[in-house]
Ligand binder design. Structure first.
Ligand SMILES: [Zn+2]
Length: 197
């Protein structure tokens, strides 16, 4: 019985991105070895996070508050939104402290291989935000990969550039870079020198 539970744990861990059976076994054994100071706190944290974390209806940020702290903060500039792929990018921008506007989290980039299509981008939702708010600029902060740039062009075509200014981060970094891997200063510089798309 106990063995079954252990195997179940290993199988679950092995489903996490980048992990296979062998690393899952190593992690499971490590957790069991460190039951009180790691395994139990992780179990508790996963349970709490799962019940408390929600996706903000407005911007897609994960938070315990709805709308999220950024959407509901009066100190954030409502006239500019930054479109990013996922939460890791929001964290990168927030860590750097250069961006004072609000976000829109796409949840993925256009990719036939990953089954992420134009309807998954939910551009209508961004458009609704444009209609209901005084948004003057959309900053596209998508990775300098083919998927990122294809997505940027589709988003640009969707919006009427007479009504809203659409800019893109200026990359002082090699093509292929993902936003959340940029260091704070590079990200700040890329934002500072953003260009019209
Ligand atoms: Zn939000």
């Amino acid at each position: 019985m106990a063995q079954d539970e252990l195997q179940k744990l290993i199988n679950l861990i092995a489903r996490l991105p980048g992990l296979g059976q062998k690393s899952a076994q190593r992690i499971a054994l490590y957790l069991i070895k460190n039951r009180s100071d790691l395994m139990n706190p992780i179990a508790e944290s996963i349970k709490l996070t799962s019940s408390q974390i929600k996706k903000c209806d407005l911007c897609g940020i994960l938070d315990t508050k709805l709308p999220c702290k950024i959407c509901s903060s009066s100190s954030r500039d409502p006239s500019i939104i930054c479109i990013v792929e996922d939460m890791a990018d929001v964290w990168a921008f927030e860590r750097s402290g250069f961006f004072k506007g609000r976000y829109h989290v796409l949840g993925g980039l256009l990719s036939a291989a990953k089954g992420f299509s134009e309807k998954d981008l939910n551009l209508k939702k961004i458009n609704d935000r444009l209609q209901n708010n005084k948004i003057k600029e959309i900053v596209l902060a998508l990775s300098a990969t083919i998927e990122g740039q294809t997505t940027a062009l589709v988003i640009k075509d969707f919006f009427d550039s007479d009504k809203v200014k659409i800019t893109q981060l200026a990359y002082g970094v090699p093509v292929g870079s993902e936003i959340h891997y940029l260091d704070d200063n590079t990200l700040g510089a890329a934002l500072e020198s953003r260009k019209n798309l």
